[in-house]
Write a protein that binds this ligand. Structure first.
Ligand SMILES: *Cc1c(COP(=O)(O)O)cnc(C)c1O
Length: 434
């Protein structure tokens, strides 16, 4: 019997994100990664436009992150966090408290973004429970939102994109406001938040929290909206005694041009979820921060404990790399870099906005989105292969071709990405017309 190649074995035995085993996805095998490049098993080197889903902000194989990981590995890779603590976890909490708003003072270290959202939801519900408000158990979120794949998180994702119908009987039923449509370049109208306001006014007695991705709705539609929405939302939550959770798992650590997107609105959430770029894309780790009032409130009677404690909580290896990643970021001129990426994306992609296939081009910070006026699903047979043939790694979804490259990308490398996007649009155009 001849041994199956990795690709063959994979197709027969491995799940990939949102995959079918009957029609397994086309895959490329990566053997190593360095800087902005992924090296494929067939010898090609392609430029990563995705930062491995928002995470690899410093690129791959960063010398400082590698050194930190190796050093920590020699000390200890993991110890349980129940009854024990260690410098990597404490140092990371110090940094997170330091770089976020002064009001955020408590840190829960979670093992993935979805788990940090679960913890945020628990915090909100437990907070009100401890105040005797046991009816405040519902959440209010936005359509086109994405907060993760575990059940609690799924229940606050967009109910249509999130495929809630399959899980209708097991998912808690929450409330949804329309996706915000306000824009930076259009004057704010009170109607921009009217439906959200009405939902809060009508349901505040049942509402534990509102959860949103500030400024940028990521995986649920790559939609951008204006900071004024967040200011209005903050005051509505304050007025009606509802906690506000910001999910900055995608937007955190500089991606939008602010270290955290909430800074653009100058408002502070009660609870903040961080993940993805937290370890610079090295390993899975997330964090849920909260204000003192929330943390102390959960233990209002001196009894309440936060009901979560994963096996790998506070993993020292991940915490140590996260500390180093934050230091690398803060030691760099990241603001300047993100601004330069934003300017270049604007300059190089805007010409596509008049293309007959293109609905809209939008840029925010180091994020570029080309939204087409039709779904890309029917081109998926050949599109991923065509993209890699352009020497880049971009993963379109639904109607969107989008990139969020590592901040270390050079001007020439970024031009290669934007040229590839133009080549993709032109190729799609030929395919549509033929
Ligand atoms: C990716 C993401 C999550 C889920 O994080 P995982 O680490 O994949 O569990 C949650 N919220 C937002 C906004 C995300 O982008």
């Amino acid at each position: 019997m001849t041994e199956l190649s990795n690709l063959q074995f994979d197709a027969q035995h491995l799940w990939h994100p949102y995959s079918s085993v009957q029609s397994p996805p086309l895959l490329h095998e990566v053997v190593s990664a360095k800087g902005v490049y992924l090296s494929l098993a067939d010898g090609r080197e392609i430029i990563d436009g995705m930062s491995s889903w928002w995470s690899a902000i410093h690129g791959y194989g960063h010398p400082r992150l590698n050194a930190a990981a190796k050093d920590q590995l020699d000390k200890m890779s993991h110890v349980m966090f129940g009854g024990l603590t260690h410098d990597p976890a404490v140092s990371l909490a110090r940094r997170l408290i330091d770089i976020t708003d002064d009001a955020l003072q408590y840190v829960f270290l979670a093992d993935s973004g979805s788990v940090s959202v679960e913890v945020a939801i628990k915090m909100a519900i437990q907070y009100w429970f401890a105040q005797g408000k046991t009816e405040k158990q519902k959440l209010l979120s936005l359509r086109s939102g994405y907060h993760g794949d575990t059940f609690g998180a799924m229940a606050v994702c967009d109910p249509v994109n999130g495929m809630h119908s399959q899980f209708a009987k097991v998912l808690p039923q929450h409330l949804f406001a329309p996706a915000p449509t306000c824009r930076d370049d259009v004057e704010w109208q009170d109607s921009d938040i009217a439906e959200m306001r009405a939902l809060i006014e009508d349901n505040h007695q049942q509402l534990a929290a509102v959860i949103v991705e500030p400024l940028v709705q990521g995986a649920g539609g790559m939609r951008f909206y204006c900071p004024q929405y967040l200011r209005e939302l903050r005051s509505l939550c304050d007025k009606h005694n509802v906690l506000l959770i910001f999910d900055e798992i995608a937007t955190g650590f500089g991606r939008t041009g602010h270290l955290f997107a909430y800074e653009a609105a100058d408002v502070v959430p009660d609870i903040l979820c961080l993940g993805k770029a937290l370890t610079g894309g090295y390993m899975t780790l997330a964090a849920t921060l909260c204000q003192t009032r929330v943390a102390q409130g959960i233990s209002a009677d001196g009894q309440g404990v936060l009901m979560h404690g994963p096996t790998f909580m506070g993993n020292p290896l991940a915490c140590r790399v996260a500390c180093e990643s934050i230091d690398v970021l803060l030691d760099s001129d990241w603001q300047q870099k993100v601004r330069a990426i934003e300017a270049q994306l604007t300059y190089e992609l805007n010409e596509l906005s008049t293309h007959s296939l293109v609905k809209n081009v939008r840029i925010k910070g180091a994020i570029g989105v080309v939204e087409l006026n039709q779904s890309l699903d029917r081109f998926m047979e050949w599109l991923p292969g065509f993209i890699v043939d352009q020497g880049v790694w971009i993963r379109p979804f639904r109607t969107m071709i989008y990139i969020m490259p590592p901040y270390i990308i050079t001007t020439e490398q970024l031009t290669k990405l934007t040229k590839a996007i133009k080549a993709i649009v032109n190729k799609l155009d030929q395919s549509v017309k033929s």
